[in-house]
Design a protein around this ligand. Structure first.
Ligand code: ATP
Length: 444
């Protein structure tokens, strides 16, 4: 059997549309550039991705959660440096007028993708602020300007004291949040890889200065373990340590994933030192010093940040999971089984209930079984087409277990469970099915 992996994003774009993972936003109006909607399966899977990250973070004894507002006081973005510095350098091709990010020039030219005309006659760089502006209240004047946040992290910093004092956690401790961010990207694209509205999952870990390097390395390892646990292939993930650092950073590493368009950033891990808390302290006039009771000392903590895009991670999981199993029978006829080999925790549905026939005697049992399973899992039900076709439909969307209700079920109260990856089938009593699937999911 030959295995083909995902080599082209278009394969996932069409699977996503066909099966209901991701749709172009406002499609019936021709779509809105680089905005996407998650459909019936995509919304389930995205929740699973978020839950996996959220649980990995907040079920530790040293991290609390936060859900901060998208709109923040405009001075937050002055203090953070975004008003003055959150910009991309742009260049234009003088021949075909294509505009793109200057920091990508080299790779675009190497790949001969830009400018479309093939010319290398480019303009000087100019800066373009990436924040979306809007107005709060009835007046659209400069005093009413607010921004759609371009990152969730500032919510963590301005709530540092609130979280620390209300939870009574001692340093080192972290704050984790999931939420929408907005960036007026110059060159969005590659499906949901770079969009103008996206979700981030960020965690800020507050540590004592001097221990920052140790925690930076620990977080690199912890995050790597997360990817391994959820089945990302080790060869598709690599670290890229930054040599050129942002003004606030003491160290930075990107996790890069091998997307079909090449290795690209998936998650950033940064040692931001005391930059953010010091800035907010001086702009707000409020002390953000932590008092270490045991040692009777005060200090502004350093911050280790882990930041990953939920949509980008969703895409990485899809790319990694997608495979085509191509087998040839004795007559030389080829057959392709498309499988989304997602980790079961991430799969939209855990179980599909498939009655062998539409006859009432089977569908009434299957309907009851569906409800029994739905008490514990996301379940789908399908009674149309041959059983072989129905198995294939489930393989393509990553459902780890298919449960077939057949005519023997009427007498033995048991069903056939078929496994997505091995296609092995087992007979299991209906009364045991929830426990059986729970155990299998845990041991995956
Ligand atoms: P890039 O270099 O790709 O623009 P960045 O270095 O600006 O990313 P960060 O500000 O560190 O990204 O944001 C953390 C994470 O948020 C990124 O690693 C990425 O997963 C995600 N992210 C950032 N911008 C976008 C976007 N426009 N669309 C989707 N995800 C994004």
């Amino acid at each position: 059997m030959k295995i083909k992996h995902c080599e082209d994003l278009n394969t996932l774009v069409s699977l996503s549309k066909r099966r209901g993972f991701v749709f172009q936003s406002s499609e019936i109006y021709g779509g809105l550039g680089s905005c996407w909607d998650y459909g019936p399966l995509g919304s389930l899977m995205k929740l699973n991705v978020k839950r996996a990250w959220w649980n990995a973070m907040t079920r530790r004894p040293d991290i609390v959660g936060l859900d901060a507002a998208i709109l923040m006081h405009p001075t937050v973005w002055k203090a953070s440096g975004h008003v003055d510095g959150f910009s991309d350098p742009l260049v234009d091709c003088k021949a075909c007028k294509t505009r793109f990010r200057a920091d990508n020039t080299e790779s675009y030219l190497l790949r001969k993708e830009c400018p479309q005309c093939g010319s290398q006659n480019l303009s000087e760089e100019r800066n373009f602020n990436l924040m979306f502006k809007t107005h709060m209240g009835p007046l659209e004047d400069s005093a009413s300007v607010v921004y759609l946040r371009p990152e969730t992290a500032q919510g963590h910093f301005v709530n540092f004291m609130n979280c620390q004092q209300s939870s009574r956690y001692k340093i080192p401790f972290g704050i984790a949040a999931i939420g929408k961010s907005f960036r007026n990207e110059i060159t969005p694209g590659n499906f949901i890889f770079r969009t103008r509205e996206f979700e981030q999952m960020e965690m800020q870990y507050f540590v004592k200065p001097g221990t920052d390097e140790k925690f930076f390395n620990e977080w690199k390892e912890t995050r790597h373990n997360f990817y391994m646990k959820y089945g990302i292939k080790a060869e598709n993930l690599r670290f890229h340590d930054h040599e050129k650092l942002a003004h606030y950073a003491r160290a930075a590493t990107d996790f890069e994933y091998k997307f079909p368009m090449g290795f690209s950033e998936l998650e950033g891990i940064h040692n931001r030192a005391d930059f953010d808390l010091t800035q907010h302290s001086s702009f707000s006039g409020k002390s953000l010093e932590y008092f270490d009771e045991a040692n009777k000392e005060k200090y502004i903590p350093y911050v280790i940040e882990t930041a990953v895009g939920c949509d980008r991670l969703f895409l990485a999981f899809m790319c990694d999971a997608y495979r085509e199993e191509i087998s040839t029978d004795e007559a030389g006829k080829e057959d392709t089984r498309i499988v989304l080999g997602l980790h079961p925790e991430l799969a939209p549905y855990k179980v599909a209930v498939l009655p062998l026939s539409k006859k009432e005697e089977l569908s009434s049992i299957a309907g009851k079984l569906r409800n029994q399973l739905a008490e514990d899992f996301d379940v789908t039900y399908d009674e149309a087409a041959s059983i072989g076709k129905r198995y294939r439909r489930q393989d393509e969307i990553g459902t780890p277990f298919c449960v077939t209700v057949d005519f023997d079920t009427i007498n033995d109260q048991a069903v056939t469970v078929r496994h997505r990856d091995t296609m092995v089938q087992e007979r299991i009593a209906m009364s045991q099915l929830n426990t059986y699937i729970t155990t299998k999911l845990k041991s995956f």
